[in-house]
Design a binder for this molecule. Structure first.
Ligand SMILES: *Cc1c(COP(=O)(O)O)cnc(C)c1O
Length: 416
């Protein structure tokens, strides 16, 4: 069947069920907190299209706006007013962003940011953290999270040594390791890239002081600090992790939520840095469909909904209830588990923890996670099919959805 049509039967490896067993489910439709597969089975969804569905799937207001935009055409290949609208919304929301460039995916956003930090600093090395995923550009495929972690690929074949030779890596939350790398590579590191809260190695928040230390170390060395907020942007707070933690990077990348389910990415930062980008400056980066009206529309109306009062408090409450409920059930059934959440982003590991980095995350019992996963699927709960991915809630998830999910988890945890 689809295995013969597409590698692994999917168009993105994280969708396959390789690490949890079984075949990926083929879906027919989504609405609110729910997904329906082609056989008519209903699931409560905690993947949310990997983040974009934060106001719920197929939101009526977003859909209505998309239909209106569609009537005017799908792509101009020339400026459209909607780009200005979303740009203004992003700039006023995200503390570090004074100017923005829209692209078509998070991968592209990170590629653009990578070229930008090198162009601006005239330096070539970058520092990233083990288990952090910054899309699939060659230079980032070193100790990367997400599908790379799930499938246990140390590096991908096809990536030339030259592409990763300037990529330094350190364990997440390890300030001493970062200090040492800065001492050994003084004046040579263009930027430190990180997920300000890791979601692509499971859910791993920064330890108190970690983000501050990175801000100080980069400043001292004349390097830039890049927050990859493709996942955390507009999820942890309207202004992203940088607003939530009160640390302002020099450059940020966005994606997922700002496209409201259509393909979008963005990178932005200080004006003096962004003015490097063509045609304002000499750093080349382009895109045929970048800033297209449909994607801008979905983004604008998704952000408008998120701007309403109480949205992040609501996400925090239901997600907290979910995580506490599942961890309680785990404790009662004698499973070693740990987990946490910030606003609408969460995760669990089958290890006593604490989990501060990818090495800790890998202590999780992935075989048990596989059994838990399949059990939850039977109960009509769709989680990310990997221990090394964060989960997401949405404004469409109700307390009843959460109760049902916690009951399902309690039942499955008794069985496995
Ligand atoms: C999803 C993600 C990306 C890649 O975005 P795509 O749109 O899948 O290319 C990059 N960085 C982070 C932190 C992500 O979560």
């Amino acid at each position: 069947m689809t295995l013969e049509l597409m590698p692994g039967g999917v168009n993105s490896p994280v969708r396959a069920f390789k690490s949890v067993g079984g075949q990926p489910i083929v879906f027919d439709s989504v609405k609110g907190s729910r997904m329906w597969d082609v056989d008519g089975n209903e699931y409560i969804d905690y993947v949310g299209s990997w983040g974009p569905a934060i106001i719920g799937h197929a939101d009526d207001t977003v859909n209505a706006a998309l239909i209106e935009t569609l009537k005017k055409g799908t792509s101009f290949g020339a400026p459209c007013v909607l780009e200005n609208v979303l740009a203004e919304m992003v700039i006023s929301a995200v503390p570090s962003i004074e100017m923005v460039r829209f692209v078509n995916s998070g991968t592209e956003a990170c590629m653009g940011a990578l070229r930008l930090v090198r162009a601006f600093t005239g330096r070539e090395k970058i520092l990233k953290f083990e288990g952090c995923y910054h899309g699939h550009a060659d230079s980032f495929l070193v100790k990367a999270g997400s599908g790379v972690a799930t499938l246990g690929l140390p590096d991908s074949p096809g990536v030339p040594k030259g592409a990763t030779s300037e990529t330094l890596t350190a364990p997440y939350n390890d300030v001493e390791a970062v200090k040492k790398l800065f001492e050994e590579n003084k004046g040579q590191i263009a930027a430190v890239f990180l997920e300000p809260v890791v979601g692509n190695a499971g859910f791993i928040p920064p330890q108190p002081g970690f983000l501050n230390a990175l801000r100080d170390l980069t400043k001292q060395d004349g390097a830039l600090l890049v927050f990859d907020e493709v996942m955390t942007g507009f999820r942890l707070a309207y202004g992203g992790a940088q607003e939530y933690f009160g640390i302002t990077p020099d450059v940020s990348t966005l994606g997922k939520i700002i496209g409201g389910g259509l393909p979008v990415g963005a990178y932005g930062g200080r004006k003096d840095i962004m003015e490097m980008v063509a045609p304002a400056g000499p750093m080349y980066q382009a895109g045929t469909l970048s800033g297209n009206p449909l994607a801008m529309t979905a983004g604008i109306h998704t952000l408008k909904r998120l701007m309403e009062p109480g949205t992040y408090d609501y996400l925090d409450k239901i997600t907290g209830d979910l995580v506490r409920g599942v961890l309680d059930a785990g404790a009662k059934t004698g499973h070693e588990m740990c987990g946490g959440h910030i606003r609408g982003m969460f995760g669990f590991f089958f290890t006593a923890g604490p989990v501060h980095n990818f090495g800790d995350a890998k202590k999780s019992d992935t075989a048990k996670f596989g059994r838990f996963y399949r059990g939850m699927l039977e109960e009509g709960v769709y989680l990310a099919p990997s221990q090394f991915e964060a989960g997401f809630t949405s404004l469409a998830h109700t307390s009843q959805d959460i109760e049902k999910t916690v009951e399902a988890a309690a039942k499955v945890l008794r069985q496995i």
